[in-house]
Design a protein. Sequence first.
Lengths: 788, 788
Amino acid sequence: MEEERSTRAAGEPAAEPGPAPELKRKNEDGVQDPEDPESTGTGDGGNGISSLEQPLLKRSATLTASHLALVGAKVSHIESLDYEIIENDLFKHDWRSRSNVEVLQYIFLKWAMAFLVGLLTGVIASLINLAIENITGLKMLRMVTLVRERRYWAGFLYFAGVNLGLTFVAAALCVVFAPTAAGPGIPEIKAYLNGVDTPNMFGAPQLIVKIVGSIGAVSSGMDLGKEGPLVHIGACLANLLSQGGEGRWRLRWRWLRFFNNDRDRRDLITCGASSGVCAAFRAPVGGVLFALEEVATWWRSALLWRTFFSTATVVVVLRGFIEVCRNGRCGMFGEGGLILFDVSGVTVRYHAGDLLPVTLVGVLGGLFGALYNHVLHQVLRLYNLINARGRLAKLALALAVSVLTSAGLYLLPFAVPCTPCSAAGAAAASCPTVGKSGNFKQFNCPDGFYNDLASLLHATNTDATRNIFSTGTAGEFRLDSLLIFFAIYCVLGLLTFGIAVPSGLFLPIILMGSAYGRIAALVLARFVRIDHGLYAVLGAAALMSGSMRMTVSLCVIFLELTNNLLLLPITMFVLLIAKTVGDAFNPSIYEIILDLKGLPFLEPKPETWMKDIAVGELAAAKPRAVTLQVVERVSTVVEVLRSTPHNGFPVLDRPRPGVSELHGLVLRSHLMAVLRKRWFLPERRRTEEWEAREKFSVDELQLSPEELDMYIDLHPFTNTTPYTVVETMSVAKAVVLFRTCALRHMLIIPKFQGLEISPIVGILTRQDLRAHNILGAFPLLANKRKVH
Amino acid sequence: MEEERSTRAAGEPAAEPGPAPELKRKNEDGVQDPEDPESTGTGDGGNGISSLEQPLLKRSATLTASHLALVGAKVSHIESLDYEIIENDLFKHDWRSRSNVEVLQYIFLKWAMAFLVGLLTGVIASLINLAIENITGLKMLRMVTLVRERRYWAGFLYFAGVNLGLTFVAAALCVVFAPTAAGPGIPEIKAYLNGVDTPNMFGAPQLIVKIVGSIGAVSSGMDLGKEGPLVHIGACLANLLSQGGEGRWRLRWRWLRFFNNDRDRRDLITCGASSGVCAAFRAPVGGVLFALEEVATWWRSALLWRTFFSTATVVVVLRGFIEVCRNGRCGMFGEGGLILFDVSGVTVRYHAGDLLPVTLVGVLGGLFGALYNHVLHQVLRLYNLINARGRLAKLALALAVSVLTSAGLYLLPFAVPCTPCSAAGAAAASCPTVGKSGNFKQFNCPDGFYNDLASLLHATNTDATRNIFSTGTAGEFRLDSLLIFFAIYCVLGLLTFGIAVPSGLFLPIILMGSAYGRIAALVLARFVRIDHGLYAVLGAAALMSGSMRMTVSLCVIFLELTNNLLLLPITMFVLLIAKTVGDAFNPSIYEIILDLKGLPFLEPKPETWMKDIAVGELAAAKPRAVTLQVVERVSTVVEVLRSTPHNGFPVLDRPRPGVSELHGLVLRSHLMAVLRKRWFLPERRRTEEWEAREKFSVDELQLSPEELDMYIDLHPFTNTTPYTVVETMSVAKAVVLFRTCALRHMLIIPKFQGLEISPIVGILTRQDLRAHNILGAFPLLANKRKVH
């Protein structure tokens, strides 16, 4: 399926990547119909529009839209998803028209799928943790042994070499097999659930590369997390399950046909994304709320329950793994990778006097978050240029970052003095620790002393977080160590995210944020009466909220991480402040990435100026809609399918001479199925929706000249009830309708019809309703926007 | 505002309460236009419809809709709410058209309101708890003293007398001042958020009666909870805050005008409902999810965060009260009323072997829940007949239930033998307890013995729940005591809910369910390896899920109550089973009540048969839509407003002779404002939406004959962009559009327009799209429904 799409995209003239930034373009884009829309328009658009009270807006360009976006690091053709229920006679699209047995099969399968998604996500997350902990543990043990033997250079070479090798595995897999597996994948999931289908995103190669790549990348000690990739892994699993597998190896089980539609796949991918978050943080409710708040565009009560079922399954699986590993049967694993933070035993008390320093933490967190977003945006633009130079450039970039990381992690601990264990207070029972985990790493220090920076740098990222979050350890870390830690992780966080390995944003930001929180606690020591570990949590929350702008889900994730309800109000307070401060500067990091990739995401709220323009004006700025007659020649249909990339075609009817009516909308996929099955004399046979979805190219069709001269009766294939708007409808309200009803096409009908007037003004799609594209065609609206 | 509405309702001919059950009614309902729709229809409906492929459905009756519903115990006229953004020139409806300062004021106020709703709900909930605990404590102390003195009859008379008095206060307040304050109020909130405005529901009298009545009713020992009423209290607070107060005492602060619209009030009432649940169970996340899953129809990410802010405020307030009361400064209060259950210290372990008994608990819970719904439905129907007989009948019913309750609570403990404290195991340190709270009530037993049934019955409902939930007390309760407890609470729960006092459903079901869980644990003792207190929790969850059919929110509420993440999977398992079993029999209890009250709730999914009927057919079954010309005589407008109760009127335009176009939709409220301000020659002045919302009767207008002869230009008042559907649109998709876009009116336009054809086929409202009403007009569809 994905291959098919990219083939089609390749056949079209290339256009520049990302959304078109120029405003004064007129039909340069090859995707568009080359006819001049103003001279060949259906001629009725102006008719209805002129009856509007306000003067016509001056239009300076045609409404053009790029159907290309950056997927992974590659410019690809993207498609919209169709969540509308298509009502026609021949293709069953609605499960409610099924028999009772089929409905039961469907319901059973829906729950079984949700369970499987949770189960597999949980198992894979556990195995990833196991692998990372063991690889990192072995690496660290050997390195520390070399350091203890004072063979510093050998230690460095060993450390950097192993890291380089692990990075190479991750990056090479990404570059060669699945470029879309790089990065977190969350923006693409968000776009998918908004209705944008990105090719090669949720397949088996992506899944495998993401798993192996994530293990390699995280084990190599780079400043990235497995949390974002886990969300993508959950989504991949959901997609593969709903399809019954990938490509040629796909299961052809009859029950699975129910899932071969965009609506059910969307729901399952939502379950997958929640399961991923849940697996990352062991936060079942947080996972559901993450999907609800950040990822999903459409939400239903029923989905809430199914998502929760998936995340609960994940929690049970993780719990089982922890039980199994408690006895040390999992190597270096222990309970390590799964329990990030536990303060449930700590009694937290805070008073009104704590409000001021906590507010400060929130405000600064918001500022840092916004700054981080800004700088990361610039770095990603630069990296896009580098990555565009080909596979070797991508690989080189990843390896360079790996060497830089190794150098930083290995060398910096030598810069700080050793701390005597006695300074660490009561918590120092096991001080110093030599080996894979523990709060007080000895590293290069004599017995009785520990290196606090090594405790943070020579561990997995999860371990480091646990160390820095640990409570009752106010004196453990020196201010200069924390400042070095913060600085190196700021730099590494910015440099690492854009490279071609699976990487998550959660953990880098948590690490930075927790260091920032500890620093704040040390600086404000005089006013601080809360535990420094809690300050680390609050700092992490502030920076996350300042950068990602999620609030409820973060709050619940932290609630479930800390397992302490008493922390809720103060966490919420910090999150709210940081989000407010951050929002004053720039959008959230995911929105920045979405925009950078050129994914046509529909925002929940229409822009203010959208109420000043009518959909009829948009339609007039587009090429004439390609329509079909309700009984149409085969050759015309083939020609239309060949010459346009459109996905839906309005079908017109002429019940009486001179009268033209809108009969409905017919989908490309249905036309293709009809052509392939040669239903040229309509045979009344029901076809399942999935039969129409098996895509093939129109060029593969071998039709004889006789066949081309025959007619197709489109009556049984046409969706006779498409959503329509009158041409005077404001774009603001049309956008609301488009988004809330999850449409792919919106037909515009004239205000007054009459004889010999086309019953259709135009057809709008997602791209036409995006603020950026509309402003391209109507630049005057942008001025209005500024005046407001 | 509410007074206005009921006046209008009273002026109309009375119709029977609830939805019209007869199918073959033709224009009996005085609310409808008396003209025969078939002879005077605009004559175009059939035109477009005949072009449909399928044959016309035989219609046997006119599509009629009752605008009456049972609110409280009174039949009232109900209105729909308008959540659509009205775009016209003169009434600002959209905050985005405001200035920057106004936007900031609005945002500040929105958050301040959310905070205030949380704060006040928290304070009121704490005070209610305080009052209930103290009143019940004093009552119990005196009663127990009398029993210890063996003055059994005096004890009974005292106990029953005090209960009767408390019930009298609650019921009299309800009956005289606020009939709508009876019951939980949750169904009405659910209907409100679905777009149904019930009069006199969220005002100051309701708030006060609900608070005082709830204290009285719960203190009187009746089998009802304060949880449902707290949700209603939160919603009342939200509504009053958004209006700036009630009726004449309303604040006229300029900032508040932003909230004088249905959208913002809806959002705030959602916050109020979540705060109520949070205050009831001290479950901030559970409260939000309750609103999301059970109460709200429309949801946005932004609302998630605001709701959570409210509930977090509630938690802080509750926490503060607990801190204050910890030192015993609150009389008998202690921590009692607020902490229902705490097993966070208990280590829970369960194995695969526990799955079978737990499954059984779930299945039986679902069956019991469905049975409870069924019987409660019958009881409520009977009670409606009694309550309809007037105030005295309502009062008598409430008092009778109170006497019955007192008799049961007082007398039944005498029926069980005393249990030696030694049997209670390690938990019996304080055994027996004499007085207000404690697990082992001595009551009529000698020293060293306790009466286990008295422990459950002689306490507030919250205390009883805590006792029955308590862990490590497997031997505390005898099987016969639990059976008696379960039986009496089944009977009382069914009899108590419908009486005229504020009553919640949560606690009665929790009590029944926990008893059921303990009984199950005792019966299955051989297979049970989990603590019996946990079985009580699981039993309560199963019965709640079986009756209320909520799942995620219940699960999270129990999670937050037990503060133990380990219980999550097993709770979820039980909830899922119970819900599935219950759904096989009947709808949830709230849906039953909604239906019983005749509230026109729009279900999330359209019925299967709705795709077989077009909106044009619905419109043809209705009286002709009342339209206005775009420049209309004042007298016509006045006549139309007087003679019809409609809320919106399509406005037609005649730009050229013979051509009639749909210009838009004008609202009754806007017409009224125009008439009152005598803008007969259009004066270009912006009016705030709230100015139009100040309702007055059209009969109050004093217009001179000259004025009546003048014209109104409706151009600036008309919403030129109403949502329209083509007459061939299937009802299924129209319902989806109507619900997702939260419409109040949906205009139907003809498929083909042409000269001299009306540009409007009809106008559909919420009532016309309800399955029940459509089936009344098209009974053949019901047969189709069965065939499927």
